[in-house]
Design a protein around this ligand. Structure first.
Ligand SMILES: [Zn+2]
Length: 244
């Protein structure tokens, strides 16, 4: 093949791949825009009783509010857990309805996955959130496995909606050893880029409806204790909306 055609073909393929996996439009929030010692703890893939409840006990002990990115079909299954999360002042975000690899679906399917969980949350927030701590039109969204690929970015951009990513990965989906989880999170959060970190942990597990998350619960206790000693404060994403 003509070498010029071959080079042009390769460059075009790479550009298309880059466009698909790293769409250069829309907003992808990786951390809070602050230099202060503020972090946002976020928990994906719940609700997952009894671990979500145990986590709520730990958070209440420390008087820390966090953000839960919940899966729609689990919200339907465990409304009592969701109601407790709301009653205790935590924020709930949308983590799709059935946790597919969203970035590989066509835009209409992406939209359905997001809208179905939006509708569930709007109903719950209207009935269980009489003080209006969270506005129903401000439901934050995070794609399963952070697959903010072209179809997801497109649907979100059309709705003028940001994608909430993270800059600190706990890797708690690979281990439930509280030592490992807390050390991983603290090392990354206390590094020079730690201020404004969005930390991702999991109170559930997408592919296992009864996943044991006791390691994440125990690690949360240690993470909060250590970060508080270092002068860090904890916010829900709604508290930091001006820093998103
Ligand atoms: Zn997830």
């Amino acid at each position: 093949m003509n070498p010029i055609i071959s080079v042009v073909g390769t460059l075009t393929a790479l550009t298309l791949l880059w466009l698909f996996f790293r769409p250069p439009f829309g907003r992808n929030i990786v951390h809070l825009n602050t230099n202060q010692r503020i972090v946002a703890l976020t928990y994906d893939d719940g609700p997952n009783p009894p671990y979500t409840e145990r986590l709520l006990d730990v958070l209440a002990k420390h008087n820390v509010k966090v953000t839960f990115f919940m899966i729609g079909n689990r919200i339907e299954k465990h409304p009592e857990t969701v109601n407790r999360v709301i009653a205790e002042g935590h924020q709930i975000g949308n983590h799709s309805y059935s946790h597919p690899l969203l970035g590989f679906l066509l835009p209409p399917s992406v939209r359905r996955e997001i809208e179905r969980t939006d509708a569930l949350l709007q109903r719950l927030l209207r009935s269980e959130n009489p003080t209006g701590v969270f506005k129903v039109d401000e439901i934050v969204f995070r794609a399963p496995m952070l697959t903010r690929f072209l179809p997801v970015a497109w649907v979100l951009a059309k709705g003028d909606r940001a994608h909430i990513s993270c800059n600190v990965w706990s890797w708690d989906w690979t281990t439930q050893n509280p030592d490992k989880i807390s050390k991983t999170v603290l090392k990354k959060t206390l590094s020079s880029t730690g201020a404004g970190s969005i930390i991702v942990l999991h109170d559930g597990k997408a592919e296992n409806k009864n996943a044991n998350r006791s390691g994440t619960v125990e690690a949360t206790d240690r993470i909060i204790t250590a970060l508080k000693q270092d002068g860090y404060q904890f916010v829900r994403l709604s508290d930091a909306s001006h820093q998103l």
